[in-house]
Design a protein around this ligand. Structure first.
Ligand SMILES: NC(=O)c1ccc[n+]([C@@H]2O[C@H](COP(=O)([O-])OP(=O)(O)OC[C@H]3O[C@@H](n4cnc5c(N)ncnc54)[C@H](OP(=O)(O)O)[C@@H]3O)[C@@H](O)[C@H]2O)c1
Length: 275
């Protein structure tokens, strides 16, 4: 079994969305510490703090990109490819589609434009970026790592659109991995459960969501993802209890799972604004 450092050895570059915070930030720190000479490119709206890589801050590059916007993704993909050709022309490339946003509440109460922007970010932008960069990955070898969620396993009332975007990411990634079999590229879906990041605050969730003992750190999620990549797996659920949950949830009839999930997600939904 290769160590995490050995797993990164064939890679010369990591291209990642959403590295300014949370799981993406931990992923940058982990990769940069394991292999300081890696060229790391972040695509998101805010630049990551270069101080998170004290060893080689010059190898962390930011490409401003709102992943929910078609034109931004097209421009940033071109800029990243030009950067790779100059600074890391050989070696495998790891693409990590991590940027994502959620929303909690009854669909009828949530602003429709935000729901559509979430689909653009979590689904359309991920597919667009993968499509634009896949020829480079196929030519050089590499991997596509897509961050889905444990919520991908069940219909998610009160997080209906978010849950469905993650179901798309999980199924699309597993299907892509099969299509890529025999090529120099693998795809892997990472399905974290509750993770201690700013995600729930940004999504408008209420209550002490992160208070559970089952909550993982973003570093634990990043390590689990890299370990799974090293093992050549197409899919990973970080954390023992998250694995138990997904194994059970996947076997339930969908309507039963939806009813059970409604009880959980109803507690997280933001109340409709008072009128
Ligand atoms: N935290 C959890 O419990 C949990 C569980 C399962 C799955 N996930 C998934 O994990 C991934 C990372 O989330 P996180 O927990 O680390 O949350 P986070 O700390 O809120 O990070 C979200 C990242 O997404 C980026 N992002 C948001 N909107 C963007 C946009 N329009 N364009 C480009 N980038 C955008 C942000 O970067 P900028 O602000 O720089 O744009 C930020 O770095 C997401 O896909 C999320 O769905 C999280």
């Amino acid at each position: 079994m290769p160590s995490l450092s050995e797993a990164l050895q064939p890679f010369s570059a990591v291209l990642l969305t959403g590295g300014s915070s949370g799981i993406g930030k931990s992923f940058i720190q982990l990769c940069g510490n394991l292999k300081p000479e890696l060229r790391i490119c972040n695509l998101s709206r805010h630049a990551p703090d270069k101080k998170i890589l004290p060893g080689a801050p010059e190898n962390l590059n930011h490409f401003s990109c709102d992943v929910s916007r078609f034109a931004d993704v097209a421009r940033a993909a071109g800029e990243v490819q030009a950067y790779l050709a100059r600074q890391a022309p050989t070696g495998r490339v790891l693409l990590v589609n991590n940027s994502g946003a959620g929303s909690f509440g009854a669909f009828a109460d949530l602003p429709l434009d935000r729901e559509l922007a979430m689909i653009d970010l979590n689904v359309r932008g991920l597919v667009q970026l993968t499509g634009l960069l896949l020829p480079t990955l196929l030519a050089r070898g590499g991997a596509v790592m897509n961050i889905a969620s444990t919520v991908a396993y069940v219909p998610a009332p009160f997080a209906a659109t978010y849950g469905a975007t993650k179901a798309f990411v999980l199924h699309w990634t597993l299907a892509l991995d099969e299509e890529l079999r025999g090529s120099a590229v693998r795809a892997i879906a990472v399905c974290p459960g509750t993770t201690a990041t700013g995600f729930f605050t940004a999504a408008g969730a209420v209550g002490n969501v992160l208070g559970s003992r089952l909550t993982l750190t973003p570093d634990a999620v990043a390590r689990s993802a890299l370990r799974a990549l090293a093992r050549g797996r197409g899919h990973v659920v970080p954390g023992f209890w998250n694995n138990v949950y997904t194994l059970v949830a996947a076997r339930l009839p969908k309507a039963v799972a939806a009813r059970a999930a409604a009880r959980v997600f109803a507690r997280r939904r933001a109340l409709p604004a008072a009128t």
